[in-house]
Design a protein around this ligand. Sequence first.
Ligand SMILES: [Zn+2]
Length: 314
Amino acid sequence: MYKLTRSSLCMVALLGLSTSGAFAAQVLGPDTDEGDLVPTGKGWGERAYPTPHHNDHANPNGAAGKTTANGINYHGGPVMLGTTSVYYIWYGNWNGNSAPSILTDLANSIGGSRYFNINTTYYDGAGVHVSNSVAYAGSTTDAYSQGTTLTDAKVQSIVASAISSGTLPPDKKGVYFVLTSADVNETSGFCTQYCGWHTHGTIAGLDIKYSFVGNPDRCPNACEAQTTSPNGNAGADGMASIISHELEEAVSDPDLNAWYDRQGAENADKCAWTFGTTYSAAGGGIANMNLGGHDFLIQRNWVNAKGGYCSMSF
Ligand SMILES: [Zn+2]
Protein backbone atom coordinates (compact mmCIF):
# COMPACT_ATOMS: atom_id res chain seq x y z
CA MET A 1 0.00 0.00 0.00
CA TYR A 2 1.42 3.33 -0.98
CA LYS A 3 0.65 6.92 -1.06
CA LEU A 4 -0.39 8.66 -4.22
CA THR A 5 3.07 10.00 -4.77
CA ARG A 6 4.27 6.46 -5.14
CA SER A 7 1.49 5.73 -7.55
CA SER A 8 2.85 8.24 -10.01
CA LEU A 9 6.36 6.92 -9.60
CA CYS A 10 5.01 3.48 -10.19
CA MET A 11 3.43 4.44 -13.46
CA VAL A 12 6.63 5.95 -14.74
CA ALA A 13 8.37 2.70 -14.12
CA LEU A 14 5.60 0.68 -15.66
CA LEU A 15 5.51 2.68 -18.83
CA GLY A 16 9.16 3.24 -19.41
CA LEU A 17 10.86 0.40 -17.59
CA SER A 18 13.55 2.89 -16.83
CA THR A 19 13.86 1.82 -13.28
CA SER A 20 16.36 4.28 -11.93
CA GLY A 21 14.16 7.02 -10.57
CA ALA A 22 11.37 4.92 -9.19
CA PHE A 23 13.72 2.30 -7.91
CA ALA A 24 15.77 4.78 -6.00
CA ALA A 25 12.64 6.20 -4.48
CA GLN A 26 11.44 2.78 -3.52
CA VAL A 27 14.40 1.21 -1.91
CA LEU A 28 16.00 1.96 1.40
CA GLY A 29 14.87 5.47 1.83
CA PRO A 30 15.88 6.93 5.16
CA ASP A 31 13.45 6.48 7.99
CA THR A 32 11.00 9.30 8.10
CA ASP A 33 8.73 10.76 10.70
CA GLU A 34 5.65 9.26 9.15
CA GLY A 35 4.14 6.17 10.66
CA ASP A 36 4.95 2.78 9.29
CA LEU A 37 2.72 1.60 6.52
CA VAL A 38 1.41 -1.90 6.02
CA PRO A 39 1.18 -3.80 2.76
CA THR A 40 -2.01 -4.62 0.99
CA GLY A 41 -0.38 -7.15 -1.28
CA LYS A 42 -1.08 -4.71 -4.07
CA GLY A 43 2.05 -2.69 -3.97
CA TRP A 44 4.44 -0.87 -6.18
CA GLY A 45 4.21 -2.07 -9.73
CA GLU A 46 0.86 -3.51 -8.80
CA ARG A 47 -1.40 -1.11 -7.02
CA ALA A 48 -1.19 2.07 -5.12
CA TYR A 49 -4.16 2.52 -2.86
CA PRO A 50 -5.51 6.05 -2.87
CA THR A 51 -5.94 6.11 0.89
CA PRO A 52 -3.78 4.69 3.65
CA HIS A 53 -5.06 1.70 5.56
CA HIS A 54 -2.92 1.97 8.62
CA ASN A 55 -5.13 -0.16 10.79
CA ASP A 56 -6.02 -2.96 8.44
CA HIS A 57 -3.83 -5.52 10.07
CA ALA A 58 -2.93 -6.51 13.56
CA ASN A 59 0.68 -5.99 14.41
CA PRO A 60 1.68 -8.33 17.23
CA ASN A 61 5.03 -6.69 17.67
CA GLY A 62 3.79 -3.17 17.98
CA ALA A 63 3.82 -0.33 15.56
CA ALA A 64 7.40 -0.54 14.47
CA GLY A 65 7.82 -4.29 14.26
CA LYS A 66 11.25 -5.83 14.44
CA THR A 67 13.88 -4.01 12.51
CA THR A 68 16.61 -5.87 10.77
CA ALA A 69 19.67 -4.44 9.15
CA ASN A 70 18.51 -5.62 5.74
CA GLY A 71 16.01 -2.95 4.75
CA ILE A 72 12.95 -5.07 5.43
CA ASN A 73 11.31 -5.78 8.76
CA TYR A 74 9.48 -8.64 10.41
CA HIS A 75 6.09 -7.82 11.89
CA GLY A 76 5.21 -11.05 13.68
CA GLY A 77 2.90 -12.81 11.26
CA PRO A 78 3.38 -16.23 9.68
CA VAL A 79 5.40 -17.08 6.61
CA MET A 80 4.64 -20.09 4.41
CA LEU A 81 6.71 -23.04 5.60
CA GLY A 82 7.63 -26.23 3.84
CA THR A 83 6.57 -26.88 0.27
CA THR A 84 4.23 -24.26 -1.16
CA SER A 85 1.60 -25.53 -3.59
CA VAL A 86 0.78 -23.48 -6.67
CA TYR A 87 -2.68 -23.73 -8.21
CA TYR A 88 -3.74 -22.06 -11.44
CA ILE A 89 -7.27 -21.02 -12.30
CA TRP A 90 -7.39 -20.17 -16.00
CA TYR A 91 -10.20 -17.66 -16.15
CA GLY A 92 -11.84 -16.55 -19.39
CA ASN A 93 -10.77 -17.96 -22.72
CA TRP A 94 -7.27 -19.41 -23.06
CA ASN A 95 -8.03 -21.61 -26.07
CA GLY A 96 -5.11 -21.74 -28.47
CA ASN A 97 -2.87 -19.77 -26.12
CA SER A 98 0.51 -21.20 -25.14
CA ALA A 99 0.37 -19.55 -21.71
CA PRO A 100 -0.85 -22.64 -19.83
CA SER A 101 2.08 -24.65 -21.17
CA ILE A 102 4.69 -21.96 -20.50
CA LEU A 103 3.45 -21.01 -17.05
CA THR A 104 2.91 -24.59 -15.91
CA ASP A 105 6.54 -25.22 -16.76
CA LEU A 106 7.43 -22.18 -14.68
CA ALA A 107 5.48 -23.46 -11.68
CA ASN A 108 7.12 -26.86 -12.03
CA SER A 109 10.62 -25.43 -12.11
CA ILE A 110 10.78 -22.32 -9.92
CA GLY A 111 11.05 -24.35 -6.72
CA GLY A 112 14.63 -25.38 -6.04
CA SER A 113 16.03 -22.65 -8.28
CA ARG A 114 18.73 -20.28 -7.14
CA TYR A 115 16.20 -17.55 -7.80
CA PHE A 116 13.52 -18.88 -5.44
CA ASN A 117 16.24 -19.61 -2.89
CA ILE A 118 16.19 -15.87 -2.12
CA ASN A 119 13.01 -16.54 -0.16
CA THR A 120 14.88 -18.76 2.29
CA THR A 121 16.28 -15.57 3.80
CA TYR A 122 12.81 -14.96 5.31
CA TYR A 123 11.65 -16.62 8.53
CA ASP A 124 8.97 -16.56 11.19
CA GLY A 125 9.00 -15.65 14.86
CA ALA A 126 10.41 -19.04 15.76
CA GLY A 127 13.27 -18.56 13.34
CA VAL A 128 11.98 -21.17 10.90
CA HIS A 129 12.89 -20.21 7.34
CA VAL A 130 10.88 -20.40 4.12
CA SER A 131 11.89 -23.45 2.08
CA ASN A 132 13.12 -23.40 -1.48
CA SER A 133 10.33 -25.76 -2.40
CA VAL A 134 7.33 -25.19 -4.65
CA ALA A 135 5.01 -27.84 -6.07
CA TYR A 136 2.72 -27.23 -8.99
CA ALA A 137 -0.41 -28.84 -7.58
CA GLY A 138 -3.03 -28.48 -10.28
CA SER A 139 -5.25 -26.22 -12.31
CA THR A 140 -8.78 -25.69 -13.44
CA THR A 141 -10.59 -23.50 -15.92
CA ASP A 142 -13.37 -21.00 -15.36
CA ALA A 143 -15.19 -19.75 -18.45
CA TYR A 144 -16.34 -16.34 -17.27
CA SER A 145 -18.42 -17.42 -14.26
CA GLN A 146 -18.09 -13.84 -12.97
CA GLY A 147 -18.18 -12.14 -16.37
CA THR A 148 -15.49 -10.07 -18.03
CA THR A 149 -15.44 -7.26 -15.47
CA LEU A 150 -14.04 -8.44 -12.17
CA THR A 151 -13.88 -6.83 -8.78
CA ASP A 152 -11.61 -7.93 -5.95
CA ALA A 153 -14.61 -9.69 -4.39
CA LYS A 154 -15.30 -11.54 -7.62
CA VAL A 155 -11.70 -12.73 -7.74
CA GLN A 156 -12.15 -14.27 -4.32
CA SER A 157 -15.43 -15.80 -5.50
CA ILE A 158 -13.60 -17.45 -8.39
CA VAL A 159 -11.17 -19.05 -5.94
CA ALA A 160 -13.94 -20.03 -3.55
CA SER A 161 -15.94 -21.63 -6.35
CA ALA A 162 -12.98 -23.68 -7.52
CA ILE A 163 -12.55 -24.99 -3.98
CA SER A 164 -16.21 -25.47 -3.08
CA SER A 165 -16.89 -27.33 -6.32
CA GLY A 166 -14.04 -29.69 -5.54
CA THR A 167 -12.12 -28.93 -8.72
CA LEU A 168 -9.22 -27.69 -6.57
CA PRO A 169 -8.55 -28.87 -3.02
CA PRO A 170 -8.68 -26.59 0.02
CA ASP A 171 -4.99 -26.06 0.85
CA LYS A 172 -3.75 -23.58 3.41
CA LYS A 173 -0.22 -24.24 2.14
CA GLY A 174 -1.25 -23.25 -1.37
CA VAL A 175 -1.30 -20.07 -3.43
CA TYR A 176 -4.20 -19.93 -5.89
CA PHE A 177 -3.55 -17.81 -8.96
CA VAL A 178 -6.51 -16.41 -10.88
CA LEU A 179 -5.08 -15.89 -14.36
CA THR A 180 -7.36 -13.91 -16.63
CA SER A 181 -7.42 -13.74 -20.40
CA ALA A 182 -6.80 -10.41 -22.11
CA ASP A 183 -10.49 -9.65 -22.59
CA VAL A 184 -11.05 -9.59 -18.82
CA ASN A 185 -10.68 -6.46 -16.73
CA GLU A 186 -10.20 -6.07 -12.98
CA THR A 187 -11.76 -2.77 -12.08
CA SER A 188 -9.80 -2.01 -8.93
CA GLY A 189 -6.87 -0.92 -11.10
CA PHE A 190 -5.52 -3.59 -13.42
CA CYS A 191 -3.43 -1.93 -16.11
CA THR A 192 -3.74 1.48 -14.49
CA GLN A 193 -2.42 0.91 -10.99
CA TYR A 194 -1.15 -2.65 -10.86
CA CYS A 195 -0.41 -5.71 -12.96
CA GLY A 196 -1.23 -8.22 -10.26
CA TRP A 197 -1.76 -8.59 -6.55
CA HIS A 198 -1.89 -11.15 -3.76
CA THR A 199 -3.91 -11.37 -0.58
CA HIS A 200 -5.60 -13.92 1.66
CA GLY A 201 -9.09 -14.71 2.83
CA THR A 202 -11.11 -17.27 4.71
CA ILE A 203 -12.41 -19.87 2.30
CA ALA A 204 -13.79 -23.23 3.41
CA GLY A 205 -12.77 -22.29 6.93
CA LEU A 206 -9.11 -21.99 6.00
CA ASP A 207 -6.75 -19.05 5.54
CA ILE A 208 -6.42 -19.28 1.76
CA LYS A 209 -3.73 -17.33 -0.06
CA TYR A 210 -4.61 -16.21 -3.57
CA SER A 211 -3.45 -13.87 -6.30
CA PHE A 212 -4.81 -12.08 -9.33
CA VAL A 213 -2.59 -11.88 -12.42
CA GLY A 214 -4.12 -10.50 -15.58
CA ASN A 215 -2.86 -11.07 -19.10
CA PRO A 216 -0.67 -8.03 -19.77
CA ASP A 217 -1.47 -8.29 -23.46
CA ARG A 218 -4.40 -6.14 -22.34
CA CYS A 219 -1.97 -3.29 -21.61
CA PRO A 220 1.53 -4.04 -22.89
CA ASN A 221 2.80 -0.55 -22.20
CA ALA A 222 1.94 -0.85 -18.52
CA CYS A 223 2.56 -4.48 -17.68
CA GLU A 224 4.89 -6.07 -20.25
CA ALA A 225 8.63 -5.61 -20.01
CA GLN A 226 8.97 -6.47 -23.70
CA THR A 227 6.60 -7.19 -26.56
CA THR A 228 8.98 -9.59 -28.31
CA SER A 229 9.60 -12.28 -25.75
CA PRO A 230 11.63 -15.46 -25.27
CA ASN A 231 8.72 -17.87 -25.54
CA GLY A 232 6.89 -16.22 -28.39
CA ASN A 233 4.06 -15.09 -26.14
CA ALA A 234 4.61 -11.67 -24.63
CA GLY A 235 1.53 -11.94 -22.43
CA ALA A 236 2.58 -15.24 -20.91
CA ASP A 237 6.18 -14.10 -20.55
CA GLY A 238 4.98 -10.97 -18.81
CA MET A 239 2.83 -13.05 -16.50
CA ALA A 240 5.83 -15.20 -15.58
CA SER A 241 7.48 -12.23 -13.93
CA ILE A 242 4.30 -11.09 -12.21
CA ILE A 243 3.46 -14.60 -10.95
CA SER A 244 6.98 -14.90 -9.55
CA HIS A 245 6.61 -11.52 -7.85
CA GLU A 246 3.33 -12.49 -6.21
CA LEU A 247 4.51 -15.96 -5.23
CA GLU A 248 7.56 -14.69 -3.40
CA GLU A 249 5.48 -12.08 -1.62
CA ALA A 250 2.94 -14.73 -0.68
CA VAL A 251 5.53 -17.02 0.92
CA SER A 252 7.24 -14.21 2.86
CA ASP A 253 4.12 -12.19 3.73
CA PRO A 254 1.07 -14.44 3.20
CA ASP A 255 -1.26 -12.60 5.57
CA LEU A 256 0.22 -9.13 4.96
CA ASN A 257 1.62 -8.98 8.48
CA ALA A 258 5.08 -10.57 8.23
CA TRP A 259 7.84 -9.08 6.06
CA TYR A 260 7.67 -5.59 4.61
CA ASP A 261 9.54 -2.35 4.91
CA ARG A 262 8.60 1.00 6.43
CA GLN A 263 6.85 2.04 3.24
CA GLY A 264 4.77 -1.14 3.19
CA ALA A 265 6.81 -2.67 0.37
CA GLU A 266 7.08 -6.44 0.45
CA ASN A 267 10.18 -8.26 -0.75
CA ALA A 268 9.34 -8.31 -4.46
CA ASP A 269 8.04 -4.75 -4.41
CA LYS A 270 11.52 -3.56 -3.52
CA CYS A 271 12.88 -4.95 -6.80
CA ALA A 272 9.89 -4.65 -9.13
CA TRP A 273 10.75 -4.15 -12.81
CA THR A 274 14.48 -4.66 -12.29
CA PHE A 275 16.14 -7.58 -14.00
CA GLY A 276 19.88 -7.49 -13.43
CA THR A 277 22.10 -8.98 -16.10
CA THR A 278 20.24 -10.08 -19.22
CA TYR A 279 21.11 -11.98 -22.38
CA SER A 280 19.56 -12.29 -25.81
CA ALA A 281 17.10 -15.16 -25.79
CA ALA A 282 17.08 -17.62 -28.67
CA GLY A 283 13.33 -17.24 -29.02
CA GLY A 284 13.46 -13.46 -29.11
CA GLY A 285 13.80 -10.60 -26.72
CA ILE A 286 15.98 -10.72 -23.65
CA ALA A 287 16.04 -13.04 -20.66
CA ASN A 288 17.82 -13.31 -17.34
CA MET A 289 17.26 -16.93 -16.35
CA ASN A 290 16.37 -20.34 -17.70
CA LEU A 291 13.82 -22.41 -15.80
CA GLY A 292 12.34 -25.67 -16.98
CA GLY A 293 13.94 -25.30 -20.40
CA HIS A 294 12.48 -21.85 -20.97
CA ASP A 295 14.29 -18.54 -21.05
CA PHE A 296 12.47 -16.01 -18.90
CA LEU A 297 12.80 -12.34 -18.03
CA ILE A 298 11.78 -12.37 -14.38
CA GLN A 299 12.19 -9.49 -11.99
CA ARG A 300 14.71 -9.66 -9.18
CA ASN A 301 13.79 -10.22 -5.53
CA TRP A 302 15.02 -8.73 -2.26
CA VAL A 303 17.63 -10.73 -0.33
CA ASN A 304 17.06 -10.44 3.42
CA ALA A 305 20.73 -10.89 4.28
CA LYS A 306 24.05 -9.08 4.05
CA GLY A 307 22.41 -5.69 4.38
CA GLY A 308 19.68 -6.41 1.83
CA TYR A 309 19.83 -6.13 -1.95
CA CYS A 310 18.00 -7.04 -5.14
CA SER A 311 19.28 -10.18 -6.81
CA MET A 312 18.53 -12.96 -9.23
CA SER A 313 19.88 -15.61 -6.88
CA PHE A 314 20.96 -16.47 -3.40
ZN1 LIG B 1 4.16 -6.77 -4.85
